[in-house]
Design a protein around this ligand. Structure first.
Ligand SMILES: Nc1ncnc2c1ncn2[C@@H]1O[C@H](COP(=O)(O)OP(=O)(O)O)[C@@H](O)[C@H]1O
Ligand code: SF4
Ligand SMILES: [Mg+2]
Length: 353
């Protein structure tokens, strides 16, 4: 059996607002096995970043409160740790990369100095050793002429180069777990592919596990072993990359898949978009949170929240049509819908799957 490095159980993180505590994640449960990549996908505002920030407890500094749940990292509950302990864990065992590399770099220090500082603090190297290692790290992440680049400031580098520096900094302490939150979103398309490839290569070399957050299903398809789909603070579907792409059970996942440019079925067509918008966490609807946007909505959906249930081995979905019994119903509903579209000649906005 695969060994688990991170197990999030029923994580509920809230923020204080005018309406009292509002939940940005609600009973989120995720499991990441050693050496694997778990991708968390979903539209903007679905709670992906709050989940990641909760794991490393940086959410505390953003005004977030872990209201319930456990974050078991190698069996130890990070939700119960003091910030002084988290400081040590963040520097050495868990590293995090964010969307904007500039926010992670200090503009007034050279990139070499910034990596060296991390190494001095966490690996107790002296200045010379730390500088030498930081040049090595820059070489490892594919920065040409690293001896010269190490003496440069972030503003002298492109966005892609800066993200490489951030990756070098994150990996300099040899973490067991890398959390990357939209690490390629701010970069040019060609650079995105290079950075993804680099992350995958380094993950293998460093024998790391990776929690990768992305709004882009195309990225998840490239890198994930397992995928968790989040919507309005909850996990609505979770499974292997093959299951999620081959047999999606939740209408929201189906919509995300149809929105990928170049996916079978939408070549040459206007790109599909899921109608409507994700609800704000202060005004979540009753029942299924997706019901106002779902073409399959039934009366039950408006009243009762569907639980996350196993639909196939290792594949879960939270939809009244895709529970253990309903998996076939969902497929049938999808077929019915497609047939209706074919008969009625309706446009891309009508009918989800
Ligand atoms: N610091 C904060 N204070 C209040 N609400 C927040 C804060 N950070 C995030 N949220 C809210 O939590 C929800 C989830 O946000 P987030 O995790 O950033 O979404 P995602 O990363 O999936 O785009 C959003 O509704 C967002 O407005
Ligand atoms: S529970 Fe109902 S509204 Fe929610 S996704 Fe399933 S069919 Fe749609
Ligand atoms: Mg985010």
């Amino acid at each position: 059996m695969a060994e688990t490095i991170l197990e999030i159980r029923n994580l509920t993180t809230g923020f204080l607002s005018d309406q009292g505590m509002v939940k940005a994640t609600d009973r989120v449960s995720l499991t990441l096995d050693k050496g694997q990549t778990l991708c968390v996908v979903g539209e903007s505002g679905s709670g992906k970043s709050v989940t990641a920030l909760s794991v490393v407890r940086l959410v505390d500094y953003a005004g977030g409160v872990i209201m319930d749940g456990q974050i078991l990292f190698n069996g130890e509950d990070l939700a119960q740790k003091r910030q002084s302990e988290m400081l040590r864990i963040r520097g050495s065992l868990i590293a995090m990369i964010f969307q904007d590399p500039m926010s992670a770099l200090n503009p007034v220090f050279t990139v070499g100095d910034q990596i060296a500082e991390v190494l001095q603090a966490h690996k107790h190297l002296n200045r010379k050793e730390a500088w030498h290692k930081s040049v090595e790290m820059l070489r490892l992440v594919g920065i040409p002429a690293p001896e010269i680049r190490a003496k440069q400031y972030p503003y002298e580098m492109s966005g892609g180069m800066c993200q490489r520096v951030v990756i070098a900094m994150a990996l300099s302490c040899n973490p067991q777990l890398l959390i990357a939150d939209e690490p390629t979103t701010a970069l040019d398309v060609t650079v995105q592919a290079q950075i993804l490839e680099l992350l995958l290569q380094l993950k293998r070399e460093f024998r790391m596990s990776m929690l990768l957050i992305t709004h882009d299903m195309g990225v998840a398809a490239e890198v994930a072993d397992r995928i968790a789909v989040m919507y309005a603070g909850t996990v609505v579907e979770e499974g292997t990359v093959e299951e999620i792409f081959g047999h999606p059970r939740h209408p929201y996942t189906m919509g995300l898949l149809r929105s990928i440019p170049g996916m079978d079925g939408n070549r040459g067509e206007e790109l599909y978009t899921i109608k409507g918008a994700i609800p704000p966490i202060s005004r979540l609807p009753s029942g299924c949170r997706f019901h106002s946007r779902c073409p399959y909505v039934m009366e039950t959906c408006r009243e009762k929240e569907p639980p996350l249930l196993e639909t196939a081995a290792g594949h879960k979905a939270a939809c009244w049509l895709s529970g253990t019994v309903g998996a076939t119903q969902s497929a049938t509903a999808a077929e019915d819908q497609q047939e209706r579209e074919a008969v009625n000649g309706t446009g891309t906005e009508v009918g989800l799957p």
